[in-house]
Design a protein. Structure first.
Length: 630
């Protein structure tokens, strides 16, 4: 068919785009490049569904792209595993999104009585519904339109699409606005007016001489002061301003490393620098809180970086380089930096990896870093041209802009990266490196947090204290905790199993009472009951017992267990043609904000609103009456 040919062409084209984008370290997400990649992938997946492909398939097509084009583009071969893993993961998540979307459609339909009525008596789907399904759940507009029109009988017309497109455009505008360079903060410039001030200053003032690699103190001259988006000639006690100096040892926030803090002292005043930021093209702004006296433009001052804070930054920035190199050795060369934060007391490192990092791999990463620390490797910073740095294997960050003259941080044979941050003289100064957390931040992107030096020692001390406290509660040695906790968990599971069995037996004993209370509806015996505390297995056991005694009829049972709503419906075989259980349970589940399905003789459902369970069960009789009567 012609439609099949179109779908196959779309899949081939989009698989190629997916492979190349991922090889360039782009991961599917809801922002920027990742958002474009996700839309490309999901369009290909949608066309796969048109061809009847219900299982993940796109990851295999990307493998074909690598085979056909890897000879010319070696980066495809290098990133083959990452591309396949990320693509398959995104396909699985898309399948989940489709399921969530169907549940959300059912929830939206609950409020359809408020939708506009159009010609023909049908209610028109508001554009907000399509937008929400796509934006929040990733549910394709075409799929949503098909379900709402063909399954529920609603109207989706040009007005619906206009409203949905308007919402989409509003979102794009918000994204553009958030991406626009803005200058703010205490004493700093705000909005367009502030940006204009710094643009003017950048044209008038030469780039400051940065001294921070060699010194923490220096004499300097105030070239300009800015507050509230306007240039100031002087500042007095209590003011907050941003100072532009001719030379400075203060490191401005960049490359993940936060800005320096410290003190600036003049002839008649003293101020605390609370942050240092870049403003526009190379201007270093010192955010100053004047605490004594005052300052004037053109004044000579003494500037001093807070030493312990800077040392914490050096520790954690050097630790970040060691962590990056260790991750690549343990997990594979597909690992690249996707974001970072270097603070005085911790580091955060985002990296490309499709799966959670196993505990044993985290231990290996820690061991590798601490081994490098014990070796006390010299940290060698030097300047060279970009091509030479790349030839020697220096890591460059995707998306970063580098000049021809770059700074390289080489740590023996362990790590070589392009970096402008501040670092230690040798790895031994780190003392100890400790990973504190690991988790996901986006599709295909993981996050590690870690501490070094005294912060690492403090973290280990806190862990040991918690271990001792837990052991004291159980009155056992700390090293016995895992074995004892496992025994307690096993005992708890056994008790929970016994309790469930007792509850099921008790519910079964009520089966005869439930059968006796059956209500005839259109000639069909109907049993409806609420049995809180029973899980789905318990409800199933009761249904089987009731159905055996009932002989012919319809059964719907509901329960709220640990805040979750469970529903189960059954129809004896002689009635499945008149009252199919799967369709009945879907209607009942809508009332509790959920969904479900199953066979015509047995179906299950869940819901998000337990408060509506009684109303849902009460409505069963009318549903059976309509089905049986029809």
């Amino acid at each position: 068919r012609e439609d099949d040919d179109v779908s196959m062409r779309v899949i081939a084209d989009h698989a190629r785009a997916t492979a190349f984008l991922m090889a360039d370290q782009v991961s599917p997400s809801n922002e920027w490049r990742g958002y474009v990649l996700r839309r490309i992938m999901r369009r290909a997946m949608r066309h796969g569904r048109n061809l009847g492909l219900s299982e993940p398939f796109l990851w295999q097509v990307t493998g074909t792209v690598v085979e056909l084009m890897g000879g010319v583009y070696p980066e495809l071969v290098e990133q083959r595993t990452r591309v396949a893993e990320l693509t398959r993961l995104e396909e699985e998540r898309f399948a989940e999104a489709l399921e969530q979307g169907l549940e959300q459609i059912a929830a939206e339909v609950q409020g359809s009585d408020r939708w506009d009525v159009v010609e023909g008596g049908k209610r028109r789907v508001p554009g907000q519904v399509l937008f929400t399904l796509y934006d929040t759940y990733g549910f394709p507009v075409e799929e949503a339109e098909d379900v709402l029109k063909n399954q529920y009988g609603f109207e989706v017309n040009a007005t619906t699409h206009l409203e949905s497109n308007a919402k989409m455009e509003e979102q794009r505008e918000r994204a553009r606005a958030s991406a626009t360079f803005g200058i703010g903060g205490a004493g700093g410039a705000a909005g367009d007016e502030g940006a204009a001030v710094y643009q003017t200053l950048a044209a008038e003032i030469p780039k400051a001489e940065f001294l921070g690699y060699e010194a923490l103190t220096a004499p300097a001259r105030i070239l300009a002061m800015v507050a509230g988006g306007r240039r100031r000639r002087e500042a007095v006690s209590g003011d907050e301003v941003e100072l532009i100096l001719d030379r400075t040892p203060f490191y401005a926030e960049s490359g993940g490393q936060i800005g320096d803090a410290g003190v600036i002292t003049g002839r008649q005043g003293r101020g605390e620098v609370v942050d240092t930021q870049y403003r526009g093209a190379g201007l270093i702004a010192h955010r100053l809180r004047v605490v004594e006296g005052g300052f004037r433009e053109g004044e000579d001052v003494a500037v001093s970086v807070e030493s312990p804070r800077r040392q914490g930054l050096r520790l954690h920035h050097t630790g970040t380089h060691l962590l990056h190199a260790a991750l690549r050795r343990v997990l594979g060369t597909h690992v690249t930096q996707a974001g970072s934060l270097v603070a005085p007391d911790r580091l955060r490192f985002d990296f490309t990896h499709a799966k959670p990092v196993k505990d044993r791999d985290l231990e290996r990463v820690e061991d590798l870093v601490n081994e490098a620390v014990r070796e006390n490797i010299t940290v060698d910073p030097f300047w060279t041209d970009l091509d030479a740095a790349l030839r020697m294997g220096a890591m460059a960050l995707f998306g970063e802009k580098y000049g021809n003259h770059v700074r390289v941080i080489r740590i023996g044979d362990f790590s070589t990266e392009l970096c402008g941050g501040t670092h230690l003289d040798a790895t031994g100064q780190i003392g100890l490196f400790k990973v504190t957390t690991e988790g996901a931040v986006a599709s295909g992107v993981r996050r590690l947090e870690a501490v070094t030096g005294s912060a690492a020692l403090a973290h280990v001390g806190q862990e040991e204290q918690a271990l001792r406290q837990a052991a004291d509660l159980l009155r056992i040695p700390p090293l016995e905790l895992p074995r004892r906790l496992q025994k307690l968990l096993d005992d708890q599971k056994g008790l929970e199993k016994q309790l469930a069995e007792l509850e099921t037996r008790l519910a079964k004993s009520r089966a005869q009472d439930l059968v006796a209370g059956a209500r005839p509806v259109a000639g069909v015996p109907v049993v409806v009951a609420r049995l809180d505390g029973l899980n789905s297995e318990g409800l199933r056991a009761v249904v089987d017992s009731v159905r055996e005694r009932l002989g012919s009829g319809v059964i719907v049972l509901g329960a709220v267990t640990e805040g979750a709503t469970n529903l189960i419906g059954a129809t004896t075989k002689d009635l499945v043609g008149r009252v199919p259980a799967n369709k009945l349970i879907q209607e009942v589940a809508k009332v509790v904000g959920g969904g479900g399905g199953g066979r015509p003789d047995l179906a299950q459902a869940g819901g998000k609103n337990p408060a509506e369970l009684d109303r849902a069960l009460a409505g069963v009789y009318d549903l059976v009456a309509r089905a049986a009567g029809g």
